[in-house]
Design a protein around this ligand. Structure first.
Ligand SMILES: [Zn+2]
Length: 421
């Protein structure tokens, strides 16, 4: 990407605001120290943000021997940011104040049959409208709506380029949503959104080189390098879920075989259950052998399961069984952890992160049961050098995708403000 002076100013503006949001109350010299910007640049950016009403001067702090320093804080009520997490199984919406405190939520469950663009769009629009109504704010205080959609996203064009689990290709989601809700919309994918939320508020806070793994129906990685999100040439970096883990392995929805996703994504975990414990009662709903004969499959055969119907219930049942120390569930967890550990070891050797974070709804449910085995496998499989620098942690944020999507809306708003000075 070629950076213009406008891009650099926008990035600096955003960096200053980010520091104030994540720290609460700060002085100009503290922002200077944290961002590496000059005191003069910080002074200019702060006065611009004060003029926009996004910051307030909230007090004075004594400084040893010098003049008292003005303490700055965000004005949380200056605007509302909306974060939308669109997944294959639900749409979750959260509305935030400018400190990124949650003001309201709305949720829609997506049935497996509801994967057409217009059906998903309808759920997104109605959930956003419900959230705004719950907030009881004027519509013009909503500064923007950040939307995470699964798969590969052309962020600049606002287009879902490819969503393997939905057979979507080149869907102009940003325009479709903004035409309906009449607000600025910013599009990206869950791995990118979670990574930013992690860097701001999660286990990754204070780290520069981080890999945030989203384990859900699909699987992806968000990479932060030097404290910033790494997007690659066209926002396609982090498709770790479609790197090959097993040659000639399970068929993947991307058309390839043996992808990481087919062993550690929710449908992959369901497949482990079908292979290892088909009669365990762990499979929920229509996957659960409705005709009484377990669908016995050998690895590498069969076709990818189209239905996403019972992933949520099955993963929940697996978590419950693991909590009760059920040995069949333990086998499923062990095989999942082994695949995940090898895939993470590959990533550790390639990227050498300080921290690997397990995020996404599958990690929320199962992460605590997988973590020890994953760490043991990574220790065995990664080279000692990169491994020594790496820690593996669970994401502590409840909804990192909506939070990260809201930061994209904030970034977009700052970029849209008429260029100052
Ligand atoms: Zn794949």
């Amino acid at each position: 990407m070629h950076w213009t002076s406008h891009d650099i100013r926008l990035a600096n503006r955003f960096a200053v605001l980010r520091h104030i949001i994540t720290e609460g109350q700060v002085t100009r010299p503290e922002i200077t120290a944290a961002t590496g910007l000059s005191l003069a640049t910080v002074a200019t950016l702060v006065s611009e943000l004060l003029e926009l009403g996004m910051l307030a001067e909230v007090g004075q702090q004594e400084s040893a021997g010098g003049r008292p320093r003005t303490v700055l804080a965000v004005r949380p009520r200056r605007g509302v940011l909306v974060g939308v997490d669109v997944t294959e199984t639900y749409v979750h919406v959260e509305l935030f104040d400018l400190n990124l405190g949650v003001l309201a939520r709305a949720h829609r469950v997506l049935a497996p049959s509801q994967s057409r663009v217009e059906q998903v769009l309808e759920h997104v629009v109605s959930a956003v409208e419900e959230g705004i109504a719950r907030c009881e704010v004027e519509r013009d205080t909503v500064l923007g709506v950040g939307v995470s959609v699964p798969g590969q996203v052309d962020r600049e064009g606002g287009v879902t380029v490819y969503a393997a689990n939905w057979d979507w290709a080149d869907v102009p989601m940003r325009d479709l949503i903004s035409q309906r809700i009449r607000l600025p919309v910013y599009l990206d994918n869950p791995a990118k959104a979670s990574t930013v939320a992690e860097l701001w508020f999660g286990a990754s806070r204070g780290y520069d080189d981080v890999a945030v793994l989203t384990l859900a129906t699909g699987v992806g990685a968000g990479l932060a390098v030097g404290g910033s999100l790494y997007r690659g040439a066209d926002n396609g970096a982090g498709e770790w879920g479609h790197t090959t883990l097993v040659l000639d392995g399970r068929p993947c929805r991307c058309g390839s075989r043996g992808c990481v996703e087919t062993y550690v994504g929710a449908p992959g975990i369901l497949q482990h259950i079908r292979e290892l414990a088909p009669d365990s009662g762990l499979l929920q709903g229509s996957h659960a052998n409705g005709n009484g004969t377990p669908a016995k499959r050998t690895p590498g055969n069969g076709t990818p399961a189209k239905s996403t119907g019972d992933q949520t219930a099955t993963v929940a049942a697996l978590a419950e069984a693991l909590a009760a120390q059920d040995p069949r569930a333990g086998e499923v967890a062990a095989v999942t952890a082994r695949h995940l550990g090898v895939a993470i070891a590959n990533l550790v050797n390639l990227v050498n992160p300080q921290l690997v974070v397990l995020s996404g709804w599958v990690a929320n449910r199962l992460g605590r049961y997988l973590l020890d085995e994953v760490c043991a496998v990574v220790a065995r499989e990664a080279l000692p050098g990169p491994h020594a620098a790496t820690r593996i942690a669970l994401c502590p944020i409840e909804n990192p995708v909506t939070l990260g999507a809201a930061t994209f809306a904030l970034e977009g708003f700052l970029g849209n403000v008429r260029d100052w000075g």
